[in-house]
Each structure stands twice: as structure tokens, then as C-alpha cells.
Design a protein around this ligand. Structure first.
Ligand code: NZQ
Ligand code: ZN
Length: 386
């Protein structure tokens, strides 16, 4: 088993009818009464989550910042940063999915940072966020795991860039996970949530054998659970058993547990982010487009784990690496998600070349668990995915 450090300070409050506990949780971190709530395009107003949370916050002075887009935009978030710098708040409560939570991680960090925050996202040497305003979350979409991890992904559509940030300041102090939110989601977002959670698991599992038997079994437990409940939760999003399992799978898939003591890949995500930046495709769908072909190109690297995955998850026999890849694609498609780039955009002629060039410019000469997926292979994978 590889050496590892494991740290996760986020408190999870899981279940229904819990929002009245939000004040007690906030009070653990500040005696201040000035709170900013952040949210997206308004779904929380139509599905009643806004009213429930505001009722719980009745004793606070609440400042609102709304309009955080899917794939949160740097320029939008900087408006909140400026607002807080002008008129500080004691705590920030994000109410939303991965985009609102990620955007909030950026806001609370950049509000305490004196340099140019874009430098942090471009990984300019020596630049990092270290401090943040304390923040918590009310999750409305199980998918990204952002509610229990310290990472965030921020877009800049002016530059057609999508960049990641992270650091210990990015952990929410607490997150409220109420599975009944699943029934308020458009089907498309439930599909996205299942695939994102599945792919977070594969990114930390489909590498090479790790000797960390427990971690591998936990990953397999998440994969099998998602295959079992995925199609059903799309049909019955009101079913609490299905919704709560989807929500906990999504959180567990990216809260740091699976990465402990194993190799991890993340190259599907790195290529996928470029597809979102260039074409605006939903995050999870970019993963469904890229993963099957990436696994084909890196078949030799991943063969042993692909066989283990095929045998344990799909019940295949023998040397089943390629069939395991096919079954993965079939699973995505069985959820109603298309897996070719041309299903999402017709303007893909330059995409592979641009991505290769970007990877070269950033010095990403080798990514993935063996740091050997080259920009040329990234181009090949995108070409195969059209
Ligand atoms: O803006 P609102 O009105 O809230 O609508 C949102 C949005 O349009 C809607 N929605 C959310 N909860 C809802 C709801 N609609 C009805 N009822 C509800 N209960 O869903 C739409 C998509 O929301 P978004 O937050 O963008 O989705 P998701 O949670 O999939 O987040 C995607 C973002 O997270 C990043 C992605 O790159 C992308 O930017 N990721 C973050 C990660 C992390 N921090 O660890 C890891 C992931 O790999 C991912 O990269
Ligand atoms: Zn993801």
C-alpha cells in the first residue's frame, strides 16, 4: 500500500428536515451574524430550498449573491469578491450544486487574497490561496463531491479556459445533504450526477493494482451501487432509498477516501475540462465522451485493473479488458447519455489540435497515473471520440 495522509474536516449532516440545524453549525465557526448566501440561477427559489434555508437563517443579517452559472465564471465570482471586500461577511453559505459550491470556494479564498486571483488559477509560480472566510454548503445536486472536498473548478469564458484550484482552505466547514432534493432535479442533472460520481471512482481505481485491497473494494462498492440504482433513480427520483444512495455515493466518490494509498489518474477530467471550455458541454458528459477511448489508448497501462473491473463489476470472465470498456460505454448510454463529441457539437474540427497545443503550452507532457499520457495521445483520444 502506498504511503498517504488523510485529512477531511467537513462535517456532514445527512438526511431530511435538518436545515433548522444550520444556525447551530454556523455558530460553531463564528459569533458574527452577517452571512452571505450564494446560489445559482434560481432553481432553489422554485423548489422551495431557498425558503427553508432562509427560515432557518431568520436571526442573521443575510446578504445574497445569486447568478453563479453552471461552470462558474471568474468574472461573476469576482463581483462577489469585490462585494465582500467592500463590506465583509462572517460566514458564507453556498446553496447549490458543484458550480455554486466551487464558485463559493473561490469567492471565500479570493476575498482574503491580496494578489491577482487569476494567477492562482493559472498556477503562476509561488501563488496560492491559504486563507478563507469560513463557509458551509447546502447541497442541491449530488454529483461532484465538492460538498466534502477542497477542490474547485473555475471557468473563464473570455479565455475559453477552465482551471482547478485547491488547498486546505477549500473544505466546507459543514455540508447539509438532504436526498429529497433529487426529486426536484431535471433528469439531465441526475444523469450527470450518476456519471460524474462513477467517473470520480474510476479515475481513482482504473490505474494499476495498488495492494490497497480495502480502497479497491470501496471503489467497487460505489461502482456497483451506481450501476444498481442509476437507471432506477432516473425513473423514481422520489424514492428515498435510491436518492439517498446516489447522494452518498457521489460524496464518497470524491471526498478523499478513495485516493488514500492508491495511484490516481484524472486524465479523463483534464481532457474533459477542455471540452467544456471549448464547447460548453456539461462536465459529466465530457467524461462519458472521453473515458472509453482514453481507456482504449491506455489499455496496456490499465490492463490488470480493467480485467479486475470487468470481472468484479460486470461479472465477465478471462481477459476482459476491452469488453469492460465496452460495458462502461453501454452503462453510460443506458442512462440516456450520448458518448460521442459529435452528438454535442458539430464544430469539432479543430478541437483535438487545440487541446494538444494547450497541453503542450502548459507543460503537461505526461499526465495520468504513470505520467505518460502525452499531448499527442490526448489529441488521438479526442479524435477517436468524435
Ligand atoms: O443554477 P441553478 O438554478 O441552481 O440550476 C442548476 C444548474 O443549472 C441546476 N440545479 C442544481 N440543483 C438543482 C438544480 N435544478 C433543480 N433542482 C435542483 N435541486 O443544475 C444545473 C447544474 O448545476 P451544477 O452545479 O453546474 O452541476 P454539478 O453539480 O454537476 O457541478 C458541475 C461543476 O462542478 C465541477 C464541474 O467541472 C462543473 O463546473 N466539478 C467540481 C469538482 C469538485 N469541486 O470537486 C469535481 C468535478 O469533477 C467537477 O469538475
Ligand atoms: Zn467530475
Amino acid at each position: 500500500m502506498n504511503n498517504f495522509e488523510y485529512y477531511n474536516p467537513t462535517k456532514i449532516v445527512f438526511g431530511t428536515d435538518t436545515y433548522d440545524q444550520i444556525p447551530a453549525k454556523i455558530n460553531e465557526f463564528t459569533a458574527g451574524k452577517r452571512i452571505m448566501i450564494t446560489y445559482g440561477g434560481g432553481s432553489i427559489k422554485s423548489n422551495g430550498i431557498y425558503d427553508s434555508v432562509m427560515k432557518a437563517l431568520k436571526d442573521y443579517e443575510v446578504v445574497e449573491f445569486s447568478g453563479i452559472e453552471a461552470n462558474p465564471e471568474y468574472d461573476t465570482l469576482m463581483k462577489a469578491v469585490d462585494q465582500i471586500k467592500e463590506n465583509p461577511v462572517d460566514f458564507v453559505l453556498a446553496i447549490g450544486g458543484g458550480s455554486v459550491i466551487d464558485g463559493t470556494k473561490f469567492i471565500v479564498s479570493a476575498a482574503k487574497y491580496d494578489g491577482n486571483p487569476w494567477d492562482v488559477l493559472t498556477m503562476k509560480k509561488g501563488c496560492k490561496f491559504e486563507y478563507a472566510i469560513p463557509f458551509g454548503t447546502v447541497l442541491t445536486l449530488p454529483a461532484t463531491g465538492s460538498e466534502m472536498n477542497s477542490g474547485a473548478v473555475i471557468s473563464n469564458s473570455r479565455l475559453k479556459e477552465k482551471r482547478t484550484m485547491g488547498g486546505p482552505q477549500g473544505f466546507p466547514k459543514f455540508s447539509f445533504l438532504d436526498p429529497t432534493v433529487v426529486k426536484t432535479l431535471p433528469k439531465k442533472q441526475i444523469q450527470n450526477g450518476i456519471i460524474d460520481a462513477y467517473m470520480h471512482t474510476l479515475e481513482q481505481y482504473l490505474t494499476y493494482p495498488s495492494d490497497n485491497l480495502l480502497q479497491e473494494r470501496i471503489a467497487e462498492g460505489i461502482l456497483s451501487t451506481l450501476i444498481e440504482i442509476g437507471p432506477e433513480v432516473l425513473e423514481n427520483p422520489e424514492d428515498y432509498k435510491l436518492a439517498s444512495n446516489l447522494m452518498w455515493c457521489a460524496t464518497m466518490a470524491l471526498n478523499g477516501t478513495l485516493r488514500a494509498g492508491v495511484a490516481y489518474d484524472w486524465s479523463t477530467h483534464m481532457i474533459g475540462h477542455e471540452l467544456t471550455a471549448l464547447h460548453g458541454i456539461d462536465h459529466a458528459r465530457t467524461l462519458a465522451i472521453i473515458a472509453p477511448n482514453l481507456y482504449k489508448v491506455k489499455l496496456e497501462n490499465k490492463k490488470e485493473k480493467l480485467i479486475q473491473y470487468g470481472q468484479r463489476i460486470f461479472g465477465l470472465e478471462g481477459s476482459c479488458a476491452e469488453e469492460a470498456i465496452n460495458r462502461t460505454r453501454t452503462f453510460f448510454e443506458s442512462l440516456g447519455v450520448k458518448t460521442s463529441l459529435s452528438d454535442y457539437t458539430k464544430e469539432h474540427d479543430e478541437t483535438a489540435v487545440i487541446i494538444k497545443k494547450r497541453f503542450e503550452e502548459r507543460g503537461w507532457e505526461g499526465i495520468g497515473e504513470r505520467k505518460d499520457l502525452t499531448p499527442t495521445e490526448a489529441k488521438q483520444i479526442v479524435e477517436m471520440s468524435i
